[in-house]
Design a protein around this ligand. Structure first.
Ligand code: FES
Length: 79
């Protein structure tokens, strides 16, 4: 599974860096680093929805506050 976090300037200001570190920690805690690949991307053209995070080709709007719920539903929930 490929998880792509937007690190464009608008998403960066909304906390994409925090989201990346939270996701890295959750992936490690759950021992799924062999199944989930995290990567960054420049602006996805959906700044109003930021922080934009894609799981494979599906786009989600995530904030640092909702990252754990997002992880449980859309990352753990899909494995
Ligand atoms: S900066 Fe993330 S969609 Fe534009």
């Amino acid at each position: 599974m490929l998880v792509t976090i937007c690190i464009g300037s608008s998403c960066h200001l909304k906390g994409s860096r925090d989201i990346i570190s939270i996701l890295e920690r959750l992936i490690q805690i759950h021992g799924i680093s062999d199944k989930v690949q995290l990567t960054g991307s420049f602006c996805m053209g959906e700044c109003a929805k930021g922080v934009c995070v894609k799981v494979d080709d599906d786009l989600y709007s995530v904030s640092p506050q909702t990252t754990e719920t997002f992880f449980n539903e859309h990352i753990l929930g899909r494995l």
